[in-house]
Design a protein around this ligand. Structure first.
Ligand code: ZN
Length: 434
């Protein structure tokens, strides 16, 4: 398909079929060795259980019958129009069914204490009032008492109930959870409701709700340099529960990967067009596109990833997710949903968001990387820093295009997605630096 003469040498197929890749943004070295690509992607489940009546609503702490096992709810979407309700009290949690809900993570990566002790952050009056209001009902008070006991058992130190309530409602690490653990009508516990099992409209509500959460967390935590957004699906990908959810974590630095990309951008504002999009076109790695040119999204089979990975780029001139129009967010959602559906329910995945940190001086597109966590780097990788990825980008693109065409025939995808060679040159123009 190609040879060692590739000018950038980011992707080379050797005579024996070995594919060597170098990540343009990371420098990561990846080899794909022939003969390993046809191993099954899906992990076998230990045992499949038949669900008892009603069990589908209480399989884990994110399930609908167990709302009180999560922290005070910041927002939920209800009904077919996905109407937003905010700050639903403990005694009203079961009055409606949340299609999606957002609350603070009970075990934060970066805690409320971190912002208070290390940055001198004080909660604004609105958050203090919400904490007091939550404690003012018997159900709310009991809820906070139970959560505070769990936290103090885990951390080994106690707090007053008022302090606990303030930390539980005012943290900067949120979880966005979907309603279903298993699909409606599921008979067994392995019929999980993955992102690809949602309808395109449900997925769009989920994504827009997450973008809104990102904007609110960034606005509420003035000491945050960045808000990391990710989705871990299934235990091998780091998920505690097999229940669809995303997480958002405010951090006080960008992390080394974003810093590295900003250094590259200083010398080449069109880095992502030149090193990613143009290479994807030249190597026929463009998977699909959605939305209008300049206001849509395009997906590539990624080069130089430790795991098979799709890269979904917004083609908008906006940089931050929350600066995109509703239609532009919808295009990203439609494409991401399609790739989740093409991936399949039982493949562990990480979804990682990248975007320009608000304080950074260089334009950077919003992109989402979707990784198939189907292998575990081991001693070879640790010793050499060469990663063996079982599926090369061309094979990943071939599989994805085949799946997407079948899913479209089944009516599972949002309308208007261009698949594989249906792409136009405009679809692969990134406007982030315009
Ligand atoms: Zn659940």
């Amino acid at each position: 398909m190609t040879d060692a003469a590739l000018p950038s040498a980011v992707l080379t197929r050797l005579p024996d079929g070995t594919v060597k890749q170098v990540g343009a943004l990371t420098g990561t070295r990846v080899w794909t060795v022939p003969g390993r690509a046809n191993r099954p992607l899906e992990l076998p489940r230990d045992e499949v259980r038949t669900l008892a009546p009603g069990e589908e609503k209480r399989l884990c702490a994110f399930c609908e019958d167990r709302y009180l096992e999560t922290t005070p709810e910041k927002a939920r979407l209800v009904g077919p129009e996905h109407t937003e309700l905010r700050h639903v009290g403990a005694d009203a949690l079961h009055d409606t069914v949340a299609e999606f809900r957002r609350f603070g993570n009970l075990f934060e990566i970066v805690s409320a204490e971190y912002w208070r002790e290390d940055h001198g952050f004080r909660q604004p009056a609105s958050v203090v009032e919400w904490a007091q209001e939550y404690l003012s009902t018997p159900a709310g008070r009991a809820h906070i008492e139970r959560l505070a006991a769990i936290r103090s058992a885990a951390s080994g130190f106690g707090q007053s109930l008022e302090e606990s309530a303030l930390d539980l409602v005012g943290g900067s690490h949120d979880v966005v959870v979907a309603r279903r653990h298993v699909i409606d009508g599921a008979v067994t516990d392995d019929q999980l409701a993955s992102a690809g099992a949602l309808t395109p409209d449900e997925h769009a509500a989920y994504l827009a709700f997450t973008v809104q959460a990102l904007a609110e967390i960034a606005a509420a935590q003035p000491n945050a340099a960045y808000v990391a957004v990710f989705q871990n699906w299934l235990r091998p990908a780091g998920a505690s529960f097999e229940h669809l959810h995303k997480q958002l974590v405010a951090i006080d630095e960008h992390g080394p990967q974003t810093d590295h990309e900003l250094r590259l951008l200083a010398g080449d504002r069109h880095l992502y067009q030149r090193a990613i999009a143009d290479v994807a076109v030249a190597e026929r790695l463009v998977v699909a596109a959605a939305g209008g040119p300049g206001h849509g999204a395009v997906a590539f089979a990624g080069v130089g990833h430790r795991y098979p990975a799709f890269e979904i780029y917004s083609t908008s001139s906006a940089n931050l997710p929350q600066e995109h129009t509703a239609d532009e967010v919808r295009a990203v959602s439609d494409l991401l949903h399609a790739l989740h559906a093409a991936t399949g329910v039982h493949v562990p995945t990480n979804e990682e968001w990248h975007y320009r940190p608000p304080g950074a001086g260089w334009p950077m597109p919003w992109r989402i990387v979707l990784k198939w966590r189907i292998s575990t780097p081991a001693g070879f990788e640790g010793g050499t820093k060469i990663y063996v990825n079982t599926i090369d980008p061309w094979e990943l693109r071939r599989r994805a295009v085949e799946s997407l065409l079948a899913l479209r025939d089944e009516g599972r995808l949002a309308p208007g997605i261009r698949i594989g060679d249906e792409m136009t040159p405009d679809d692969v123009q990134l406007r982030y630096a315009d």
